[in-house]
Design a binder for this molecule. Structure first.
Ligand SMILES: *Cc1c(COP(=O)(O)O)cnc(C)c1O
Length: 420
């Protein structure tokens, strides 16, 4: 069981909403910091342990600054994310570029910044060499194919567009060694929102064994193993969080059995978790516009799928609470909807909730990762503000809401001058 609470009472939320109209995403700084520290503590046996926060999960400078202060690095998947990381102050090998179908200018920027580059494909070797030269350090993304099962969110590894196959991976390191690369990393990302702790121990086994195979067959010593992200969070109250202690212990045992025994020690192990780091500590706060009774009962919010795409996109569960009504019986059944002209614009279907009225605040939980960042402008919907609940209890606007002028800014109206 995981308790679903918001760190503020209804009155405090109403006060915030007076200054910053709903909808908005609100992030809890204290909880993010505490969670990050606990994660690092659990893996403290690893020398130079780091989590490279996947920027795409929550690309806000204020959040990234907090994570930088907590000694995290970043994992970027595009040029824009690289530049964002640079602006926040991440430097050198604290930055990882894990992209796919990568344009040359991304490699060039990553190389300029001294980032660790994860190549996704053999063809990238040439693109990299032409755009940025051969760096001192290189990492490859490995896709185990049918040697592993994926999960619903990410699909089967052999169906995934990412990474090198088992047959390509040794050759890839050989080529880079011949081209003069000095230091080598190995990366994978085979699951998303996975709650099964043993899955990550098995991923460690897979990578450790692969590092041994690479050493034997190409002479390349892997110094850096990147376990990727994908550690799940308990979106449902009945979900159990992943047991990080178990993962850490399991990995340590395998590290000794495989890496140390094969004389590959020291290998630095890092993660690229996004969801685990900020997911549970973000809340989408909305207000009820209307409660409609049709063939079903609908609660219509002032937010929509543009503010949180996961339920509409993959039927993901997000817990919903009604501030001030936490202790009332959940004796109504509602679909909780947004206002898009799309019938999948629903945050919840057939959800048991207390009786709701127009004007109530509604909180959608666990929106701290892959929430705001997946937003879009379909139907002319504007992205919301993002707020930070600071450690001292004050609330700061860390991204203003989009305006209609923002929406119009890229358009060309008849007769207006062309801006390229
Ligand atoms: C999305 C992504 C992550 C982060 O995934 P989470 O589920 O947020 O942990 C890490 N690495 C890569 C390569 C990704 O694409």
């Amino acid at each position: 069981m995981t308790e679903k609470r918001i760190p503020l009472a209804k009155e405090q939320l109403e006060e915030i909403a007076r200054q910053y109209p709903t909808p908005f995403h609100l992030y809890d700084e204290k909880a993010i910091r505490e969670n990050g520290r606990a994660f690092y503590k659990t893996f403290s046996w690893i020398e130079g342990f780091k989590n490279h926060f996947a920027v795409k999960a929550c690309p806000n400078p204020a959040i990234l600054t907090i994570l930088l202060e907590e000694n995290m690095g970043v994992d970027c998947s595009s040029l824009t994310e690289l530049l964002l990381a640079d602006k926040v102050g991440f430097q050198g090998s604290d930055i990882v570029l894990t992209s796919n179908d990568t344009p040359p200018e991304e490699f060039a920027a990553a190389a300029r910044m001294g980032a660790v580059i994860n190549l996704d494909d053999l063809a990238h070797i040439e693109t990299l060499e032409k755009s940025a030269g051969i760096p001192e350090t290189i990492s490859f993304r490995y896709n185990p194919g049918d040697a592993r099962t994926g999960n619903v969110l990410i699909g089967l590894p052999q169906e995934a567009k990412y990474g090198l196959t088992r047959d390509q991976v040794v050759e890839a390191y050989q080529i880079m060694k011949e081209k003069g690369v000095k230091r080598f990393g190995l990366h994978t990302m085979v699951a998303s929102n996975e709650l099964e702790s043993s899955y990550f121990v098995e991923t460690a086994r897979m990578l450790f064994e692969l590092a041994v195979k690479i050493k034997r067959e190409s002479g390349v010593r892997i110094e850096l193993i990147n376990m990727g992200g994908g550690i799940g969070i308990p979106y449902k109250p009945e979900d159990e969080p992943v047991d990080l202690e178990y993962i850490s212990e399991g990995m340590k045992k395998l590290y000794n059995e495989i890496i140390v025994a094969e004389n590959l020690h020291p290998v630095r192990i890092v993660f690229e978790c996004g969801r685990l780091i900020t997911g549970p500590y973000g809340y989408l706060v909305s207000r009820v516009r209307q409660v409609a009774r049709k063939y079903k009962q609908y609660v219509g919010l002032d937010s929509c799928m543009a503010n949180l795409m996961r339920p509409g996109l993959y039927g993901a569960y997000h817990h919903i609470t009604v501030p001030g009504k936490e202790d009332l019986p959940r004796d109504q059944i509602y679909d909780v909807t947004g206002s898009l002209c799309e019938n999948n614009d629903k945050f919840a279907i057939d959800r048991e909730l207390p009786a709701i009225e127009a004007g109530d605040l509604v909180v959608i939980h666990d929106t701290g990762a892959h929430g705001y960042s997946m937003g879009f402008n379909y139907n002319g919907k504007l992205r919301s503000a993002e707020l930070l609940l600071s450690e001292d209890g004050s609330v700061q606007l860390i991204r203003r809401a989009e305006t209609i002028d923002d929406y119009f800014a890229t358009m060309r109206f008849p007769g207006s001058p062309v801006k390229v």
